[in-house]
Each structure stands twice: as structure tokens, then as C-alpha cells.
Write a protein that binds this ligand. Structure first.
Ligand code: BTN
Length: 306
């Protein structure tokens, strides 16, 4: 209902008469007044005039009703430890494909290799529970696809020169704007679910302690709608995911990457190694040519350009 009320207010330049709202929505005046009061309590600026209700401040809200048909699959939380845990619980309880968990703030946001993901207000912190019909050894493709889709959206819609870095970071001029952390659970020989957490620096100011990080706001000089960015990402990602097993995701990713033919330091849970990143295999592993000429295949780790 809240989504429908907001849509009507947004589509009108002036105030929308109470009668028209009640008729279209099938609500009594009292029920409408209650919905309006709830929206105001959630931070929407709604003016009540003699001619009806007018949306004075639509705010950049991430509530489920802001996402149209996705409403039933969106879980919005104000503050959580980490959206990874909430999404995992939902996945284990059998939630549908493309269930999304969004948090305004995370107090224990996690990054890869047990790092912390600082999650101050203004950023986008969300998880998607995916149930693609693919074998587990194809699961890595979804992560590459997500970083690829996000980099293209930032380039095409926000004029940001975004590139991808192995394995799944999005960088702009060497500074990180987004990171992905994913876990996969199998059921027999198929993927049961992929729990993919994505952090995007949007309107937040990454702290100086977050070395080499940037945000959409810093790059564009303005606040952007997180809702619009997330909605576009979800739509594009979902439709590309449907054809992921036939897509040359890695080939497309390689055309957008800053990792290849560069000297890199690879950090894994066990070791640190350096060399030239010569290729990424069709299975998503990084091929590292070391000083002694040997080529090491790195399946999981973090990569720093040196
Ligand atoms: C990385 O680059 O190290 C991965 C960062 C992943 C951060 C996201 S924010 C939403 C989700 N919840 C978390 O705790 N982490 C991921």
C-alpha cells in the first residue's frame, strides 16, 4: 500500500486530492490518514494541504515498497551486525531466488579474508540470496557477473570510470568503490543457494583509514539515489544471471579489468606471493607468473596492485 501511495504522490506535480487517493487505493479516509502518518514517521515529508497530500521530500529510502514487484522479497533493516548472517538464515529457511536483505548500517560488516567492512550511513549494504540452476563449480561466475554489472552501471549511468579487479572488486582510478563477499551451499550436485553480500560506497565518505577507497558521491560531487542504483543493479543482474551458464562472463570481465599484465601481490589465508597477473582462467582463477618463471594458479585470495 505504501508503495502505491508514494507512486501516486510522485506522479503528480501538485497535491493529490484525498478523494482520488481513497478511490484509487480502495481505502477509507481514516485508513489513508493512518498510512500517511506511518510514512511521515518513516521520514517521508508529506504535506497535507486543502487540495490534498503532496510529497515534499521523497527521501532516498530503501524500504521494500520502494522496489515495486520485488517488495515481498526485500527485507529492510535499520541496523544489523552483518547482512550476511540474516541472508544466510533466510536462505537456510528456504527463501526464494533474489531475496534481498538491505541494512542502513552494519556494526560488524565483514570483508573477504576476515577483514572488517566499515559500513557507515549513506552506503549500500545488501545481500542477495540466489538459487541459480547451475552446478557448484560454476558458482564463481555469479560473483564475476555481479562486479561486472555494477562496473558497467557506474560507467553508463553515473559517468564513473569503473573497472574490475580480481577477484570481485570494483575500482575507480585504483580506489575501491565496491566489494563482494559470497558463500555457496550445495544440495547434491547442484547449487542450493549463493549468499552474496555487496557493499557499495554511495553517499558515504570512506574514512581516511579505509585506504584507497572512494564513493559515488566523492566522484560525482553529489548525493545520488541509492534506491535507483540498487533497483537498476537488481534488475540488470537478475536478467543477466538467467543466462549465466551460456555467457562468456570471464571474457567480458577481462575486457574491464585492471588486474591483468600488472605486478600484483596476492594474499591468501596461507601465504603472500608476488608476480605478474598473466591471465584469469575460465574457472575464475588468477594465473600468477612468479620471479622464477613458474606460474601459480590462485583460486581464492586478495589481490593488491603493486
Ligand atoms: C570485500 O571487498 O572484502 C568484501 C566486502 C563485502 C561487504 C558486504 S556489505 C553487505 C554484506 N555484509 C557484510 O558484512 N559484508 C557484505
Amino acid at each position: 500500500m505504501k508503495g502505491r501511495i508514494l507512486a501516486m504522490l510522485r506522479s503528480s506535480r501538485g497535491p493529490v486530492p484525498v478523494q482520488a487517493l481513497c478511490m484509487d487505493l480502495g481505502l477509507s479516509q481514516a485508513a489513508l490518514a493512518l498510512e500517511i502518518a506511518e510514512l511521515e514517521a518513516l521520514g517521508y515529508g508529506i504535506e497535507s494541504t486543502a487540495a490534498g497530500y503532496r510529497l515534499a521530500d521523497g527521501r532516498d529510502a530503501l524500504y521494500p515498497w520502494e522496489f515495486g514487484d520485488r517488495e515481498d522479497r526485500i527485507h529492510y533493516l535499520d541496523e544489523v551486525l552483518s547482512t550476511m548472517d540474516i541472508a544466510r538464515d533466510l536462505a537456510r529457511d528456504g527463501c526464494p531466488h533474489m531475496t534481498v536483505v538491505i541494512a542502513e548500517r552494519q556494526t560488524r560488516g565483514r570483508g573477504r579474508l576476515k577483514r572488517t567492512w566499515l559500513s557507515s550511513e549513506g552506503g549500500l549494504y545488501f545481500n542477495m540470496v540466489l538459487r541459480p540452476d547451475i552446478p557448484p563449480n560454476q558458482g564463481y561466475k555469479t560473483n564475476f557477473l555481479a562486479s561486472l554489472v555494477l562496473a558497467r552501471i557506474l560507467a553508463d549511468n553515473y559517468g564513473i570510470e569503473a573497472r574490475v579487479k580480481w577477484p570481485n572488486d570494483v575500482l575507480v582510478h585504483g580506489e575501491k568503490i565496491s566489494g563482494i563477499l559470497a558463500e555457496l551451499e550445495t544440495l547434491g550436485s547442484r547449487v542450493d543457494y549463493i549468499n552474496m553480500g555487496i557493499g557499495i560506497n554511495v553517499n558515504n565518505d570512506p574514512r581516511p583509514s579505509e585506504l584507497k577507497a572512494t564513493s559515488v558521491k566523492r566522484l560525482t560531487g553529489r548525493n545520488v539515489s541509492r534506491r535507483d542504483l540498487l533497483a537498476l543493479f537488481l534488475d540488470t543482474f537478475e536478467s543477466r544471471l538467467a543466462g549465466v551458464d551460456e555467457d562468456d562472463v570471464i571474457g567480458e570481465w577481462k575486457r574491464l579489468t585492471v588486474t591483468l599484465n600488472r605486478r600484483v601481490r596476492i594474499v591468501t589465508a596461507q601465504s603472500v606471493s608476488e608476480g605478474i597477473a598473466i591471465d584469469v582462467t575460465d574457472a575464475g582463477s588468477l594465473l600468477l607468473k612468479q620471479a622464477d618463471g613458474s606460474v601459480k594458479t590462485v583460486v581464492y585470495g586478495d589481490c593488491f596492485l603493486v
